[in-house]
Design a protein. Structure first.
Length: 117
């Protein structure tokens, strides 16, 4: 699965990971997500995505996401974000991801998001 890395002047300023859902299914929080939302055939896990503090608000997350979609066209990506992480939820909504389910893990509310690349 693709790992998208952004560099600036030789240093990493952002990255986005993806992985097959089957590789993560024994991870308790991923299991909780998959109980809340039934993904499509061929779906993969999106994230995490990390952007350097100095680069935030400049569209880098969107560019990393677009690069991932180019690598995996037509496939569903699923992810979860803590319900209280408003900035991440806003950023992902701006990139066109949609909320499809909710779940609680270890007493913390999470949102499941999905998109087709």
């Amino acid at each position: 699965m693709p790992v998208i890395v952004a560099r600036k002047e030789g240093r990493v300023i952002g990255y986005l990971l993806s992985s097959p859902l089957a590789a993560m299914q024994r991870v308790p929080i991923v299991d909780a997500m998959l109980r809340a939302y039934k993904e499509s055939a061929g779906a993969y896990l999106y994230g995490p995505i990390c952007v350097a503090q100095t680069e935030r608000g400049r569209g880098l997350a969107g560019r990393l996401f677009a690069a991932l979609c180019e690598e995996l066209p037509g496939r569903e990506g699923v992810l979860f974000i803590r319900r209280d992480n408003a900035s991440s939820l806003r950023a992902h909504a701006k990139m066109g991801l949609r909320e499809v389910a909710e779940f609680t893990h270890d007493g913390v509310a999470h949102v499941v998001l999905s998109y087709i690349g």
